[in-house]
Design a protein around this ligand. Structure first.
Ligand SMILES: Cc1cc2nc3c(=O)[nH]c(=O)nc-3n(C[C@H](O)[C@H](O)[C@H](O)COP(=O)(O)OP(=O)(O)OC[C@H]3O[C@@H](n4cnc5c(N)ncnc54)[C@H](O)[C@@H]3O)c2cc1C
Length: 247
């Protein structure tokens, strides 16, 4: 590992915000142009630091939404009453600057050479690093089969819906809607549990690699369910975004 790359990851730098794109009513994607980005792996995150005029600082972690080789981007969900996410989703504009540090994390990552099949489980904004993994799969021409089960409150709350709706050989995307379903909805409903995963997930005998990301309670329930279906715990990688969330 080049020493300069390591130093860049650990050093705060000021990135230009190149675009802010609305994804859903409460979610935006922020495209960033840091002066010294060493590149990232699919599934990693970065740290964001906001500094108030009186010098008070707040740091938060955000998964990197883009694929390796693409400029870093983050996708942020607004949490009412939060310190950082209302600013990022409501006030930040293209042309502004944002302090960041990264990429961070070497565990919740996937490379085509890691194989599969991939079992991806997302709760709410937990889709963000999984989107990076899927984009990486497409961009590298990987044919590792992948299934994504995305738990969202409602369909309009689901992030990247157009992108996830594009057909890619070997990728199967399904949703479970926990709070409300559109008329005629024939997909899954309710929270992820073992019965739903028994229907949707790869069987354990396929030796899948599982990646689960979302609010802490979602991740714990989903991981326990996969292990209950026979997935070896070391094949189940988890990333907890914090709090309990509503997914
Ligand atoms: C590794 C990692 C990656 C993350 N990636 C993303 C991402 O890609 N997109 C994204 O939107 N967020 C992500 N998060 C969550 C993010 O770091 C912040 O916690 C979130 O934006 C809330 O910050 P805030 O300052 O607005 O709220 P805070 O001021 O920290 O908290 C406000 C209130 O919301 C609750 N709360 C805090 N975090 C959450 C949460 N995640 N879900 C529900 N309630 C919460 C708190 O308990 C508190 O009551 C990630 C977290 C981790 C650890």
């Amino acid at each position: 590992m080049a020493r300069t790359a390591l130093r860049r990851r650990l050093t705060w730098q000021t990135a230009a915000v190149t675009s802010v794109t609305r994804e859903t009513a409460s979610v935006v994607t922020i495209q960033l142009d840091p002066p010294a980005w060493p590149g990232h792996r699919a599934g990693q995150h970065l740290d964001v630091r906001l500094t108030a005029e009186d010098g008070y600082t707040a740091e938060r972690e955000y998964s990197i939404a883009s694929a390796p080789g693409e400029p870093p981007a983050i996708t942020v969900e607004r949490l009412e009453g939060g310190e950082v996410s209302p600013y990022l989703t409501g006030e930040l504009r293209a042309g502004d600057e944002l302090e960041l540090r990264g990429p961070v994390g070497g565990y919740f990552v996937w490379e085509p050479g890691d194989g599969g099949p991939l079992m991806l489980l997302a709760g709410g904004s937990g889709i963000v690093p999984l989107r990076s993994i899927l984009r990486h799969r497409h961009r590298t021409g990987s044919d590792v089969p992948a299934r994504l089960l995305y738990s969202s409150r409602t369909l309009p709350d689901a992030i990247y819906r157009d992108e996830l709706g594009q057909r890619h050989d070997g990728v199967q995307v399904s949703y479970t809607l926990t709070r409300g379903q559109p008329p005629g909805w024939t997909g899954h409903t309710g929270r992820i549990n073992q019965a739903l995963l028994a229907e949707v997930a790869w069987p354990a005998k396929a030796r899948p690699l599982a990646y689960i990301c979302g609010p802490t309670s979602f991740v714990e329930t989903a991981a326990a369910a996969l292990v209950g279906l026979g997935y070896p715990p070391e094949q189940v990688k988890t990333e907890r975004f914090g709090a309990t969330g509503g997914h």
